[in-house]
Design a protein around this ligand. Sequence first.
Ligand SMILES: [Fe+2]
Ligand SMILES: [Fe+2]
Length: 166
Amino acid sequence: MALINWQDSYSVGVDLIDTDHKLLVSLINQLDDAMNEGGGRDTVGSVLNVLLEYTETHFGREELLMEKGAYPELAPHKREHAKLTTQVRGIVERWHGGDDASLDGEVLEFLKNWLTGHILGVDRKYTPFVQGQTLTPEELLACMNLDLEGLDGEEDDDLDRATGAR
Ligand SMILES: [Fe+2]
Ligand SMILES: [Fe+2]
């Protein structure tokens, strides 16, 4: 059974964002499946990497849309994103560092709560400002490039640290 079932009530009324949120929910379910099936470390590690990358890409897109819509609560929302990113990054680092115990049901429960909690509690507030705003293909790409570039460098460092490669 899926850990999180997408419900129409989760919609923030913006197609691009709903699609992102559905993908994030799917990744969390895949993570849950991989762990329940006793999937190899590689499988769980790959899903975690994608989850972190996609979380950052999504936050970038959302922040750009809020900026375009002149959303007055942009600054606190960005701080919330930064906090969530740090928490997810921490989980990914602990996993790659061999701290398997940190990735038990408690962590999945935490991921589930921040996703549904953030989407339902914080994201929906921007709906009237963001509705009707769009991102150009260049802007979509920019969110991905910026995030992936930043992630690549830092992740390599993290992996090096975790494996004692330096
Ligand atoms: Fe979101
Ligand atoms: Fe958000």
